[in-house]
Each structure stands twice: as structure tokens, then as C-alpha cells.
Design a protein around this ligand. Structure first.
Ligand code: C2E
Ligand code: MG
Ligand code: MG
Ligand code: MG
Length: 289
């Protein structure tokens, strides 16, 4: 191909391509090593009921700590893990940590709080996700419903029948499923009818200006009504300000997550800030850090 074209084209394209490929390979190798060396960590961010600020779940968010004390954000390595297939191994680790965390919550007397795990398309495709979750639930003696799964619409687009099958199995096992970043995909409405999911997470994009922008407000109101009309729970992502919080409460949104209530933190810190359980008094606002 390129080599046969000869001359300047080779000089122009080959180095550029191999540089990109080379960088990707190097990064993939770093990621593989990081998995082997158990360098990844999970942070946890509560999902709270708007009614009383009680935490109903904590979402696991991957962190790759670096020697300088910072961490590489998930969106800059997860796509590469998906491309290289490493997501299967990394995802397996996340699920196991999530199950261990759920067991720990139960041991600490907070079995009322579920652990939510983000799952990529590659994990849906290439292995038996429902079976794996079932085995983990057995191994860690988890109550039904102790684990939740979050997936984006892309998971459903790639292999719809297989995804449906997995979702039905998860639902039978009592695993609640949330559609993450809802509204940013392409076919949001068409599959809501028969999709076995329990929850819609309104993307941060819609929530950002919901209290100051009429269009955002109209979209959120419509998505809340749509979700409720088919029996789904609605969670607002990325709530940062009191104005958003008030709007969401006044407009019937069920649950929320965001920096106003909690930042993602290591387990101990998240656990310490959980507050009382459902119906045990109003908490959460006091922790707006
Ligand atoms: P997501 O599942 O939609 O997670 C929410 C993201 O929003 C998180 O970013 C969280 O830190 C951030 N966030 C939460 N509250 C606020 C807020 O009030 N304001 C703002 N500006 N941001 C907020 P993070 O941790 O960088 O994760 C990004 C994405 O990476 C996640 O989006 C998820 O799609 C993916 N991800 C994270 N962990 C995993 C994992 O274990 N497996 C897979 N497959 N994907 C993961
Ligand atoms: Mg999520
Ligand atoms: Mg999300
Ligand atoms: Mg998101």
C-alpha cells in the first residue's frame, strides 16, 4: 500500500501513522502493567434521594493514581481499554471490588446502600456479565439488589439482542440497571418501551443550566415525565448548585448525584459522609463540600 506509493508520501504518512500506533501500543502496555500490578483504585460517589437526601447507592469510579499524586481520569484510558480488550480484565477487577465493597457496607450495617458499577460495551459483548455478577453475589453473600449496573446507550446499539438477554437476566437476579448519560445517545426513545431497565440518569449536560435556561428545563421536564410514565426512576447527574437542586426537587426528579452533595472519594471518606439511611432524617446538604 503506502510503501508501494513510494517517495514523499511514505515519508509523510508512515512516520505519522506509526507514531500514533506506537503511542497507543505504549499506553496499552502501561495499562496492562498497571492492571497486573493492581495500580487502579476506586472512588465512590453517593446517589441520593432528593426527598430526604438519603444515600441509596454509591457509584464506583475508576482512578489510576500517578507517582505525582494525581490520577489519570477514566475517560482518557477507558476508551483505550475498550479498544484493546483490556476492559474485560479491568472490568472484572472493578466488579469484584464492587462486590467486596457491598459486603463491607453490609458488615458495617449499611446493607441498605447499593454499589453501582459502570459497564462498557466490551464487557457486555465478550463475556457472561450476568453470570459473573451472580457468582460474585454468591461468593460475597450479597443480598438481592446489592449491586447496580450502569450502562450507556452505546452498549445497546452494538448488539441489541445479546444486550437485551443480559439485561433480562440481570433483572431476574434483582440487579437494578440504569441508563447512564441519558439523552446523549441517538435512539433514546425508541427502545424505552421494551428495555428492561429501572433507572434513567439524566446527563449532566441537561442538568447544568436547568434552573436558568428555559430549554434545559423543558427537556428535563419532558425526560422526567417520559421516564415516570414508563415506571422508571430518574437520577440527575452533575448537580453542583443549590438552584439546580431546588429545580429538580420541585419538578419531581427522584434522585441526584453531584459535587453539591459529594465528590467521588475513597471508600472510608465516602462512608463517613453517608449520613442516615432512608427515612432516618434529613442529611446531605450539611455536607455540601
Ligand atoms: P459517569 O458514569 O457518567 O460518571 C459521572 C462522572 O461525572 C464522573 O466522572 C464523576 O466524577 C463526574 N461528576 C460527578 N458529579 C459531578 C458534578 O457535580 N460535576 C461535574 N462536573 N462532574 C461530576 P469520572 O469519574 O471522570 O468518570 C467519567 C466516566 O468514566 C464515567 O461517567 C464512566 O462513563 C466512566 N467510568 C468510570 N469508572 C468506570 C468503570 O469502572 N468502568 C467503566 N466501564 N467506565 C467507567
Ligand atoms: Mg455512571
Ligand atoms: Mg453518567
Ligand atoms: Mg457521564
Amino acid at each position: 500500500h503506502l510503501v508501494e506509493r513510494g517517495g514523499t508520501e511514505v515519508a509523510r504518512y508512515v512516520p505519522a501513522m506509526s507514531e500514533e500506533v506506537g503511542q497507543r501500543l505504549a499506553m496499552t502496555a502501561r495499562l496492562r502493567r498497571a492492571i497486573e500490578r493492581h495500580e487502579f483504585r476506586l472512588h465512590f460517589q453517593p446517589i441520593r434521594q432528593l426527598r430526604d437526601s438519603a444515600a441509596v447507592a454509591i457509584e464506583c469510579l475508576l482512578r489510576w493514581p500517578q507517582p505525582d499524586g494525581g490520577f489519570v481520569p477514566p475517560l482518557s484510558f477507558i476508551p483505550l481499554c475498550e479498544r484493546s480488550g483490556l476492559i474485560v480484565e479491568l472490568g472484572r477487577w472493578v466488579l469484584r471490588e464492587a462486590a467486596a465493597t457491598a459486603a463491607r457496607l453490609a458488615a458495617e450495617g449499611r446493607g441498605d446502600i447499593a454499589v453501582a458499577v459502570n459497564v462498557s460495551a466490551g464487557q457486555f459483548d465478550r463475556r457472561d456479565l450476568a453470570g459473573e455478577i451472580e457468582r460474585l453475589a454468591d461468593e460475597f453473600a450479597l443480598r438481592r439488589g446489592a449491586l447496580h449496573v450502569e450502562l450507556t446507550e452505546s452498549v445497546l446499539l452494538e448488539r441489541p439482542e445479546q444486550a437485551m438477554d443480559t439485561l433480562r437476566r440481570l433483572q431476574r437476579q434483582g440487579v437494578r440497571v440504569a441508563l447512564d448519560d441519558f439523552g446523549t445517545g441517538y435512539s433514546s426513545m425508541s427502545y424505552l418501551n421494551d428495555l428492561p431497565v429501572d433507572t434513567l440518569k439524566l446527563d449532566r449536560m441537561f442538568v447544568a443550566r436547568v434552573d436558568v435556561d428555559a430549554r434545559s428545563a423543558a427537556i428535563c421536564r419532558a425526560l422526567i415525565a417520559l421516564g415516570h410514565s414508563v415506571g422508571l426512576t430518574i437520577v440527575a447527574e452533575g448537580v453542583e448548585h443549590e438552584g439546580q437542586h431546588r429545580w429538580l426537587r420541585e419538578n419531581g426528579c427522584d434522585q441526584a448525584q453531584g459535587f453539591l452533595f459529594d465528590r467521588p472519594r475513597p471508600f472510608e471518606e465516602t462512608f463517613a459522609a453517608l449520613g442516615a439511611g432512608r427515612g432516618q432524617g434529613r442529611i446531605g446538604d450539611a455536607q455540601g463540600r
